[in-house]
Write a protein that binds this ligand. Structure first.
Ligand code: HPA
Length: 280
């Protein structure tokens, strides 16, 4: 990975193109416990991550590990059911490889979803929160190393990493479905241990509303390759020290399962709207 990543992403995209006639311009990445949307498509084709050349394969329970391509209300969409995380031992470039492959496939806009711990007062288990901005606390960045100009420039602006336009669109769609989404700042940590209560107090002082172990590297890589990004967190638990019970992956999955139908409903209406204005 690294220097060869561009040609690898071209090769992976060529493989996917050979498996489906659909040419999605929008992709969705589904977080822990949120994989259902990937089964709710028409003309659905599933590709295991392991069959796509160079694709990283997740080891975490709760991450489906497949790429679903199909249509939602007629609009082609690529759905990552699962993702890999840096805490599994993957390099940053491997974590973002699927995004780079999707760009080669023709994807222009991506909706990144994740499970997160709620830090800000007032956030509740099961809330969906639009990511307005992030704080990268992982100590990693997928753009470290020699820059490949075919992906994008050496230095990229991150001042509107999460598209205000797509956020407004998501709010509009949520409202039409009878709910409002909060907005917040997502802090990404490396994991895999959950945070300590002292860390959460510190993160809150730094301005974080949510904490999780994904998304940020994908956003950075997506901006590098010129994709527009929408980020949606599902508050699966209150962050460490803010709830009575200890944190667990089971709780994350349980909450995800409980609210994921609402996410599916949102995505079904949102994806066709996000696709408006993309290339033919
Ligand atoms: N911390 C980090 N990652 C998470 C959490 C959390 O509390 N919940 C879901 N993913």
């Amino acid at each position: 990975m690294g220097i060869g990543a561009f040609s690898e992403s071209v090769e992976a995209a060529a493989y996917v193109r050979g498996r489906t006639k659909l040419r999605p311009r929008v992709a969705v990445v589904l977080g822990s416990g949120l994989g259902g949307f990937g089964y709710a498509l028409d003309e659905l084709k599933h590709l295991r991550f392991s069959e796509v050349p160079h694709f990283p394969v997740s080891t975490v329970y709760g991450h489906g590990g497949q790429l679903a391509i199909g249509r939602v209300n007629g609009t082609p969409v690529a759905v990552m059911q699962g993702r890999v995380h840096a805490y599994e031992g993957f390099k940053a470039a491997q974590v973002v490889f699927p995004l780079r492959m999707l760009r080669q496939l023709g994807v222009e806009k991506v909706i990144l979803t994740n499970a997160a711990g709620g830090i800000r007062e007032g956030l509740q288990q099961g809330d969906f929160v639009l990511i307005r901005d992030h704080i990268n606390m992982t100590g990693m960045n997928p753009l470290v190393g020699q820059n490949d100009e075919r992906f994008g420039p050496r230095f990229i602006d991150m001042s509107e990493a999460y598209s205000p336009r797509l956020r407004a669109l998501a709010q509009e769609v949520a409202k039409s479905q009878g709910f409002a989404m909060k907005e917040g700042i997502y802090m990404s940590v490396l994991g895999p241990s959950f945070e300590t209560p002292a860390e959460i107090r510190a993160f809150r002082m730094l301005g974080a509303d949510l904490v999780g172990m994904s998304t940020v590297m994908e956003t950075i890589a997506a901006r590098h390759i010129g994709m527009e990004v929408l980020g949606i967190s599902c508050v699966t638990n209150l962050a460490a020290g803010l709830q009575a019970e200890p944190l667990s992956h089971e709780e994350v999955l349980e909450t995800g399962a409980r609210v994921e139908e609402r996410l599916q409903g949102l995505l079904k209406a949102l994806v066709p709207r996000v696709a408006e204005g993309c290339s033919e």
